[in-house]
Design a protein around this ligand. Structure first.
Ligand code: UDP
Ligand code: GLC
Length: 382
């Protein structure tokens, strides 16, 4: 099957990293069209996946945009839509991986008479999107998509609550290759040494720096934990959240955590860094659609504590294969961290169970089979 994948981002967020795994089996015949240039293009090239930058013009509409901005952006998108519609004629289907890709892909699918697949990586709720953006996404998906792939039950439910069609929606979790998370002991020891983590209880946070990812919750929790508990914050402000970065640095100073927190920026050695931690914390304050970092921590055999909401609830069973804490409650998070510090035996058993479960449940080959099967039905539906 020849697939034209579309993604609006030039930067590698979770949806983009997921797309790499989905596009890989189709690398000989597919094309990934991006609406911005950036390091995501290089990652696709490194994975031998054909990629083309379809526009260099920034698309103005944002997650919180109003109807006027939303409608105004359609005119701005016209040249891109025409380009995608022309390209699509050489492919069997259009696979939109983000919301702006959905809008462009929807009209292009109509013009080129190619079926449209929408991979929904978001929770379409008011916490994440303006009413206008939700309405545009749901209308485009309902009217033009033959298949909506939701990355979790939580994303599917929010889509249906926003008016999305149940008959075209299927859930497929992100897939991972467990082998990528088996790390070399020497490399991990080197990281611990270089970052001066030896003798400390290290809590890792692996997310782009954005207010809803809740890094501030971890900092506030840390201030309530014993002195030997330290944190590494891995990730960068990918989508312009510079104010939040400043806020986090100020919070470190206010809470006198200068010697207990390290900001490492965006990194490509996530498995090694996760393995160098004693615990991985996920602290999103709004429901997480899926939460790749949670599964990745499990695959590294590390205990993980996640904010009890959204997709995280489908990934973790509290006290069985990980821990859940109420979102936005630093004191509760501090209690879980301190309990993990004090009960290393029990915690390791939970982490081991997490690793076993995650390796089976999210195995990339199985997940890709599920997607292939759904795509094979398109021909008959379209
Ligand atoms: N990640 C990364 N480098 C970083 C921070 C994060 O490669 O410095 C990866 C992380 O391993 C995960 C993805 O970015 O695979 C984030 O995906 P997630 O689903 O957790 O959240 P998103 O940012 O997509 O909302
Ligand atoms: C989005 C979501 C994240 C999810 C990822 C992959 O970026 O925010 O929760 O894990 O897509 O589906």
């Amino acid at each position: 099957m020849k697939i034209l994948f579309l993604d609006q981002s030039g930067k590698p967020g979770g949806a983009e990293l997921c797309l790499i795994d989905i596009a890989k089996p189709y690398q000989d015949t597919c094309l990934v069209g991006l609406f911005a240039d950036g390091s995501f293009r290089s990652l696709l090239e490194e994975n031998h996946i054909p990629v083309q930058i379809l526009t260099t013009q920034a698309i103005q509409v944002r997650k919180e945009s109003s109807l006027i901005t939303g409608l105004g952006s359609i005119g701005q998108l016209l040249p891109l839509i025409v380009k995608v519609a022309q390209l699509a004629r050489k492919y069997d289907c259009i696979y939109a991986n983000t919301q702006k890709a959905l809008v462009v892909g929807a009209i292009a699918s109509f013009l080129s008479r190619r079926p449209l697949v929408y991979h929904l990586h978001d929770i379409l709720s008011s916490e994440h999107f303006s009413q206008t953006n939700r309405r545009i996404a749901v209308t485009a998906a309902n009217r033009f998509a033959s298949l909506v792939i939701a990355n979790s039950q939580a994303s599917k439910i929010a889509f249906l609550e926003a008016g999305g069609r149940a008959d075209i929606t299927e859930i497929v979790y992100n897939g991972f290759n467990p082998k990528n998370y088996q790390t070399d002991k020497f490399a991990v020891n080197q990281i611990r040494e270089k970052l001066e983590l030896n003798g400390k209880f290290v809590v890792g946070h692996f997310s782009r720096l954005a207010p809803w990812k809740g890094q501030h919750i971890l900092l506030e929790a840390l201030a309530q934990c014993p002195e030997q508990v330290t944190a590494i914050l891995v990730g960068d402000a990918l989508f312009g959240e510079q104010d939040y970065v400043q806020q986090l640095h100020r919070l470190v100073t206010t809470l006198k955590l200068e010697n207990r927190v390290k900001f490492l920026g965006f990194r490509s050695d996530i498995p090694q860094l996760m393995t160098a931690c004693d615990l991985v914390a996920h602290t999103s304050t709004a429901p997480e659609p899926f939460g790749r970092v949670i599964v990745e921590a499990m695959l590294c055999g590390k205990p993980v504590v996640a904010a009890a909401s959204g997709g995280a609830m489908e990934l973790i069973e509290h006290g069985i294969n990980g821990f859940l804490a109420t979102p936005g409650k630093p004191q509760e998070l501090a209690q879980v961290i301190t309990a993990c510090l004090n009960n290393s035996h029990e915690t390791a058993a939970i982490a081991n169970r997490g690793q076993t479960v995650a390796s089976q449940r999210f195995d990339v080959d199985n997940i890709n089979k599920q997607i292939a099967q759904l795509l094979s039905r398109l021909g008959t539906k379209a």
